[in-house]
Ligand binder design. Sequence first.
Ligand SMILES: [Mg+2]
Length: 292
Amino acid sequence: MSKNNEVIFLQQIKGFIFDLDGTLYLGEKALPCAVDTIQAIREQGKRVLFISNKPLEPPESYAAKLTRLGIPASADEVITSGYVLGTYLSQQYPDLAYYVVGEENLKAELRAFGLKVLEELWDQNEKFVIEPSGIDAVVIAFDRTLDYRKLNTAYQALRHGAHFFATNPDKTCPMPGGGIPDAGATLAALEYLTGRKVEVMAGKPGRVMMEVAMQCLGLPPERCLVIGDRLETDVRMGIEAGMHAAVVLTGASSREQAEEAMPAPDLILDDLGTLLRLLRASEWGSKRGDEF
Ligand SMILES: [Mg+2]
């Protein structure tokens, strides 16, 4: 796309959906122009939404972190995979009893959506076949307290036909020095054990996160732009939801990968400074009332 076309393209966009790590910040540092870009979008009367695949903390925590890094944000501008799953399940399956392989934050978030989250079946020995009575659905999430009892209980429930849901498919969670096993690893174990496939994936690159994002923004997909550093998750998810997508080359993707990617991103941005310049040009074009 030529620069003029990029500017006209951005004038059509009303909602900007931002990935966090590798896009707006790296660890505890905001990436260059992140603060000014978000501010410029808001000054144009457009909406922003922040997305995370991690169900370990509530939206309030991400809003606090963004605010700390100079990007003022409120909890209702953040959706995590836990929030997305809670929204989806409370709309589609409000009356099931859920067994959650996940941490306390996720259980609390799902309960806050009015869902029934079961306790561990402590009266049964985890070294034998657990009778999964009362479990209608299993939720697999990032869980740093995973143990044999949880794996066994989830397996038995799924073997008996329980619904099968997950927060996010990530194999590992990046950490200083490498990564640690994430929900995708547990999910793969249970899919292998049962021969079943997860029914609904809340987080990236599944479609549910984008449906919830559109509900939050109150915009049709063609007015939304997803901005992220990963082609296989952020960009793919946006395009498959009928939205537009931009890849920013400050995280996981190189220019060569971006140029060869299928589906292709609408925009390839070296950094957020490129987006900021296009936004300013699009505002100037709108004020002049003509096209480039
Ligand atoms: Mg990222």
